[in-house]
Design a protein around this ligand. Structure first.
Ligand code: ATP
Length: 490
């Protein structure tokens, strides 16, 4: 497992070496906090996304999925509060001009203190930070930073500016018409996918004849001009979210909030994350739209951090869109209220949101899967391998088909097996190099099953199947290969 900080650098270079993640525009020295997914990474990402999509939409008969555009009418972001509120307190070091998000600077200090054995100080500092952030007390935050002599990592000085707000939305110009006022053509790159769901709430409700409670799910890109982008794909400026807004009756939000809190934790366990590596963290400072919020945190190689947010967003967003668009966002509920014995009638629904970052989930899976293993062979010499133990159901390639030699009719049998399997799951064919070397390459890529076609196959129609995690090999009928792999990945 890579849950040791010193393995994190190796994990990052492994991701590059085996076609999982490349720095964006690397030949031009890259672009900070933007990454490209390679041939294996794109497939793993797609498998995770598909798993989420299927469990949200196919496995819940009251959740449907949409795909809204990244560009939205600029008033959307005024209504949602992002133009005025989507900002983080930041502070600049006057000597290095390096800008920090205040919470990151303080959390970094707390991590250092914990590592140095000053756990109590770390806890006190974090507690004070939470309280000051909750009150938007910027002078207090600056004092906390100065009193604890928190230093800039570059200049190593404590020479700080005032704490200020910094809006995280990217903007660009829309259309070809030039205007003297740049704000006329200004559009934003969406900082969350949720608003595409809110503005389509009635379209989906009416055309899908949806009855409350129901959900709308969506996956897609989001963009944030993060001040401090760090820790590989954990915090990016362009990333992908998988969000679901669950529309409910006002007053029932705590019931659904608790339901989705537990449901989403169970889902993370179902994808292969051990329960002890997940925990809940309740928010002290609530976002402008929420009446309850928590994070599902995962123990990343660099500590416990947010993987998914569960937010009770009240009727804030729909109400705001109703006000700004002057279009009714109401739902007529003809179910009978047992208290009044009358239909519930017209109301603006409340919303509970589940919002998980696809890239963060990718990092979770890959950091759990990465292992450097060493063992003694029977002859007493040491052997080793680097393996990605990605759960078979989401592994990019499921089966490697390897003829032992490039002759004697073995490639033909292997090609036939490829043709039989490739429409059902992702296969990989390789005939170069010694078989041991090919197994190691498949381990490093995370392919859960390898099948070797050898001379015995020609005699009795059996093959050797090798299991990635245990390295156990067994002989099975050639005709059983597809069935066995399908069973293991379903
Ligand atoms: P953080 O506190 O880490 O900045 P957040 O609370 O702003 O995250 P949300 O707005 O709740 O995040 O977004 C929902 C999810 O989107 C997060 O749980 C995370 O998985 C993902 N996410 C948010 N910002 C980023 C980012 N910059 N890079 C990658 N994933 C992100």
């Amino acid at each position: 497992m890579a849950n040791e900080t010193n393995n994190f650098a190796e994990l990052i270079s492994h991701c590059k070496e085996y076609g999982y993640i490349f720095q964006s525009s690397e030949i031009y020295d890259g672009l900070a906090a933007v990454y490209d997914y390679g041939q294996n990474g794109a497939q793993l990402k797609k498998n995770i996304r598909d798993y989420w999509w299927k469990s949200m939409t196919q496995m819940h008969d009251n959740i449907v999925g949409i795909d809204a555009a990244i560009f939205m009418h600029p008033t959307t972001w005024k209504a949602s509060g992002h133009v005025d509120n989507f900002s983080d307190p930041m502070i600049d070091n006057k000597d290095s001009n390096k800008r920090y998000r205040v919470d990151h600077l303080i959390e970094g200090f707390a991590d250092e203190q914990s590592a140095a054995g000053n756990g109590q100080l770390a806890e006190e500092v974090l507690k004070s930070m939470d309280a000051l952030l909750a009150k938007d007390d910027y002078a207090g935050l600056k004092k906390l930073i100065e009193d604890n002599k928190m230093k800039c990592s570059i200049s190593k000085t404590c020479n700080w500016t005032e704490v200020r707000q910094f809006n995280l939305m990217f903007s660009t110009e829309f259309g070809a018409v030039a205007s003297d006022n740049p704000d006329d053509n200004k559009v934003y790159l969406r900082p969350e996918t949720a608003q595409g769901i809110f503005v389509n709430f009635l379209n989906v409700q009416k055309t899908g004849r949806m009855k409350i409670p129901f959900g709308i799910a969506q996956t897609g890109k989001a963009f944030r001009n993060e001040i401090v982008a760090r820790q590989f794909i954990f915090r990016m400026r362009e990333f992908e979210q998988m969000e679901m807004q669950f529309f409910i009756r006002p007053g029932s939000q705590m019931e659904w909030y608790n339901f989705w809190k537990n449901e989403r934790k169970k889902w993370h366990e179902s994808i292969g994350i051990p329960a002890e590596k997940l925990r809940f963290h309740d928010h002290v400072k609530l976002a402008h739209y929420a009446d309850a919020a928590l994070d599902i945190e995962f123990e990343f190689p660099f500590g416990w951090k947010e993987l998914e947010g569960i937010h009770s967003r009240t009727d804030f967003d729909l109400k705001q869109h109703q006000e700004y668009s002057k279009k009714k966002m109401q739902y007529f509920d003809n179910d009978i209220d047992p208290v009044t014995n009358k239909p519930y009638g017209n109301y603006i629904p409340y919303v509970v949101e589940t919002s998980v970052g696809l890239d963060r989930l990718f990092l979770t899976i890959i950091s759990l899967s990465y292992a450097e293993e060493k063992w003694n062979k029977e002859d007493g010499t040491e052997d080793s391998r680097v393996v990605l133990k990605i759960p078979a159901k989401i592994a990019p390639t499921k089966l490697a088909i390897l003829p032992l030699v490039k002759k004697d009719g073995l490639p033909e049998i292997a090609r036939q097996l490829m043709d039989e399997c490739k429409s059902s799951f992702m296969c990989f064919y390789e005939e170069k190099d010694a078989i041991g070397k090919r197994y190691r390459r498949m381990d490093a890529i995370g392919t859960p099953f390898c099948v070797t076609i050898d001379h015995q196959t020609k005699e009795d129609n059996t093959v050797t199947i090798r299991y990635r995690d245990t390295m156990v090999q067994e002989r099975i009928a050639l005709s059983d290969v597809k069935k066995l792999v399908l069973e293991k990945i379903s």
